[in-house]
Ligand binder design. Sequence first.
Ligand code: GDP
Length: 613
Amino acid sequence: MQAPAIGGVQVPRGGGQTIRLPRGASLSDFADRIGANPASLVQIMLHLGEMVTATQSVNEETLQLLGAELDYIVQVVSPEEEDRELLESFKIEFGEDEGDEADLAPRPPVVTVMGHVDHGKTKTLDAIRHTNVASREAGGITQHIGAYQVSTTHEGERRKITFIDTPGHEAFTAMRARGAKATDIAVLVVAADDGVKPQTIEALNHAQAADVPVVVAVNKIDKEGADPTKVRAQLTEYGLVAEEYGGSTLFVDISAKQGIGIDSLLEAILLTADAELDLRANPDMDAQGLAIEAHLDKGRGPVATVLVQRGTLRVGDSIVCGEAFGRVRAMLDDNGEQVEEADPSRPVLVLGLTAVPRAGDNFIVVSDDRMARQIAQQRAARQRIADMAKSGRRRTLEELFKDLEKGQVNELKLIIKGDVSGSVEALEDALLKIDVGEEVSLRVLHRAVGAITEYDVNLAMADDNAVIIGFNVRPEVRARDLAEREGVDIRYYSVIYQAIEEIEAALKGMLKPEFEEVRTGTAEIREIFKVPKIGNVAGSMVRTGTITRNSKARLIRDGVVVADNLTVSSLRRFKDDATEVREGFECGIGVGYNDLKLEDVIETFEMREKPRV
Ligand code: GDP
């Protein structure tokens, strides 16, 4: 079906049809899907006020806008979906237990410990590990592999719990940002002598956003000034109501330092798991799960701690983990013991991968090495394309400025980190006062005191265009690496007005250019000639301004526009081609339109960018 011309361009209309595009697709990709000419889509975008080239990767909004204009429903495929489709092409389904109900067996809960800095997360993890009988029985040497498992007696039954032992929500958010969910339950550690703090809330928000039930460990009850009741009262404001107050959240008073209340904490975790979650998995299938931590070991090559989520992982299995693959050469548990197999919720250190996967990458056991390699290679190839799109999308302020000019972005998102809270607030205040009109706005996603952390970079990544501002602070090494790898812009300032000046400039650049139509000339038709190959040409008298070849034109009859989107395709003075003809002169004008009448007026105009004031 042909569209009524949009901006003078003919393109097939979708009629509500759905098309799927990868993130960071270009107009060329779009054109490909609908069998149109990329150049015509560029023109349509121009008509819609956005200037983009055919091959440039555009954001989702632009794809949606174009889709709406052409009557297509555009679905932008997320990286997770892309990966699922890739795996499907190998007949692998990630994240699903094979078989039916009868094949599922209970599995231990996987727990992450979160909370405000210095409230005792590390100490709590240590205390849990050391009061644990299982690890003492094993007599092994504690190995920090990123997660460990403990066992405890609960209602007369031996039960296991898995703890992810990188405390804090950075790891949690980083994984979630990548679509991975490792955690079943969050333990929120709050120091009883300090109470609820900003990071307590941040951690809680993350847990709630991920729909993960929370158990509160009220720590440091041994300290003078500890007020566990106050912690309970404070948290009710955030929707965590203690069981003893009629709510459903378990609060446990502990002293990580003195080992008080640790058993009750484990108990509370199991009670919460049993009450709120159905933790079961099929242990009899090829293993699947997530990488929790990985690094390059000098002697052993790439090593990765993986969390088995379903199935059983065995030595000798062919495995693909993110873009790494290989065969499981050996597995070690958190006591440094060799293990032959790992069942659901069990974390193990895997040796034998070809490369170092990233935290949050999924791992899958596949039937043979070849398939593992193929999947890994296709993922790597896709990642490269995504990176290219990303480098076109995550922008420095200067680049953002250009994107903004093209009208691709109209919100500048910032993350502000500063040395003292006074300066952070002052900067935020000043920035939010910058006013450049309604079309662009500035949004502060997060502000805090302290160095720029991985959390900040992850947050900026999650929001494609966020820029991080460091006021008298610098990034942590890992944050800087991550920012460099992911192309996140970090700007450093030590003088507030400098920051304001730059951001203001960026915001001004962000303003979509406004175009106005400027009439350049009019001509009255006095004679009509038929010219072979060209069609009808209007013998005209230029009444006002100048008629220029190639300028845009419309035809007006009795004050009514009868044809729009025309172009002065030929212009002649007597027998000669002319580039322009001024007021008071006669000329022959061809506009590629045959239905001309005497006394029609040809009006020419151009689109000019309105300067900003
Ligand atoms: P994190 O930043 O949340 O991991 O906190 P840490 O576990 O590193 O603990 C911070 C500080 O609080 C350390 O000096 C710990 O020794 C201390 N601490 C942790 N738990 C307790 C406790 O139960 N009682 C007391 N008195 N101090 C504790």
